[in-house]
Design a protein around this ligand. Structure first.
Ligand code: ZN
Length: 457
């Protein structure tokens, strides 16, 4: 078995690895590169392998940085199966249709602005491309070892990161490859804790937070309550950039849990994301994947997904109407790194207001507007204009959907025999710090996978 590293090797987006085994080529993830314009332009490049030589694709979870180039793969000739956990197969159409719409509108906007005589900008892929690809999806339940080809089997375990997120175990040539996908922290609301595979010959492990540990979750949740309280006193709005899958549902869970304590009935709560509204319905269809604690919360009142003051917006007009509100609104909108989406419009209206609060609840990749705000930028550019940052920015580290250094070490430590490990899905300082810890605790030398590198298993 041979693993070729292509994406999310030294970065946290564009997850993609190619496995050669038993005479077949299996692609693990086919994610979109996200970040600066220059980095995102790389999505249009040719795939670094022969698309027609791929025999199967297995996807760890529905996030765009793990699935975003699937329609492109199909449009460029891949016609084989795309395996993923059942809930992931429900989420993928929603995620990819949204991604395609964004690209269509971006391309149309760039085309309008182009220099006369230059060719029209074409989207990376369209909604039509997504529709054509969807029949290739093959849903798999967790814990059902499935034969993909003679001598190649796959099994999925719960990664506790978002609904349907999976750790992929690939068995071929008498070897076992474990791909962690993205690992959630223990105790993530709604979801079960990540499972540990019993054994492996090579582990591809994510390392997003390989160099730090999250704050205690209970403390983090208290902090969120405190920010909401301050914002109410300041008579401002609260903006929470959040991806539609995972964080948005978790926030609603916490709001239901602390409904009385945080006096949430006084706020207007907006989920300004048609996609998040669809994803909420998908979560609601998969209570079989909820942990015991979530099932208890869902028995009580209010129901996290049906809070009495929860407004979901569909049209652009509904979204723009929120901009008239100067105080008392909690606005949850995507995308989670403020590199695009409706949240940027809300930021434009609120960022200059001292009474407004912006709460970052997830990872902010290098090059994004979110990262600049988290780093304390005094001014930021949006829609070609410079804006003064007067709003108060908060980073709530402990709500991350990714486990931290301790969590990664504990997860790896549970795999028998401390197998070889290659670190993916992390910026270099995070990977280096994690590699040092892995060496000190387990005596294993972790490889920092480079794009284009090949590893024999
Ligand atoms: Zn993810």
């Amino acid at each position: 078995m041979k693993v070729n590293f292509f994406g999310a090797a030294g970065t946290v987006t564009g997850s993609m690895h190619l496995v050669d085994a038993a005479g077949k080529r299996i692609l693990l993830d086919c994610g979109m590169i996200q970040g600066s314009d220059a980095e995102e332009a790389r999505n249009t490049e040719a795939f670094p392998f022969d698309v027609n030589a791929i025999d199967a694709v297995v996807v760890s979870h529905a996030h765009i940085d793990h699935t975003g180039r699937l329609p492109l793969l199909a449009a460029r000739g891949y016609q084989g199966p795309i395996y993923a956990q059942e809930a992931t197969c429900d989420l993928i159409p929603v995620m990819l249709m949204d991604s395609a719409s964004l690209q269509e509108s971006d391309a149309a906007r760039q085309s309008r602005k182009r220099v006369a005589g230059t060719p029209e900008v074409v989207p990376l892929y369209t909604r039509d491309d997504v529709q054509k690809m969807l029949p290739q999806l093959r849903p798999l339940p967790y814990h059902q070892r499935t034969t993909l080809f003679p001598d190649i089997e796959v099994d999925l375990r719960d990664a506790g990161h978002i609904l349907g997120s999976s750790i992929i175990e690939l068995f071929a040539d008498g070897r076992t490859l474990v791909f962690s996908g993205d690992l959630g922290p223990k105790g993530t609301p709604i979801l079960r804790d990540p499972e540990t595979p019993p054994a492996a010959d090579l582990v591809l492990m994510e390392s997003t937070y390989g160099n730090r540990n999250h704050k205690d979750r209970a403390e983090t949740v208290r902090e969120l309550g405190g920010i909401l309280d301050d914002a109410w006193k300041n008579q401002g709005n609260v903006l929470i950039p959040a991806f539609a899958v995972g964080r948005t549902q978790e926030l609603l869970y916490w709001f239901a849990r602390f409904w009385d304590e945080w006096n949430l009935s006084r706020w207007k709560i907006f989920i300004d994301s048609p996609m998040a509204a669809k994803v909420i319905q998908i979560y609601d269809r998969h209570h079989e994947l909820f942990d015991d604690d979530a099932l208890e919360v869902w028995k009580g009142t209010p129901n996290p997904f049906r809070l009495p003051n929860l407004h979901t917006t569909d049209s652009i007009q509904d979204s723009m109407a929120i901009n008239q509100i100067r105080s008392g609104a909690i606005i949850i909108a995507g995308n989670g790194m403020a590199s695009g989406g409706r949240i940027v419009h809300h930021l434009r209206h609120n960022i200059g207001r001292r009474e407004a609060h912006i709460v970052f609840v997830g990872y902010q990749a290098d090059g994004t507007l979110g990262r600049r705000l988290v780093n304390g930028a005094k001014t930021v550019r949006m829609f070609g204009e410079e804006y003064q940052v007067n709003a108060q920015c908060h980073t709530i580290g402990g709500l991350s959907a990714h486990t931290d250094q301790n969590g990664l070490l504990e997860w790896y430590g549970g795999i028998a025999g401390h197998p070889s490990v290659a670190l993916v899905h992390g910026e270099d300082d995070a990977r280096e710090a994690l590699a040092t810890e892995l060496h000190e605790r387990f005596g294993v030398t972790a490889e920092l996978a480079r794009p284009g590198a090949v590893r024999e298993v």
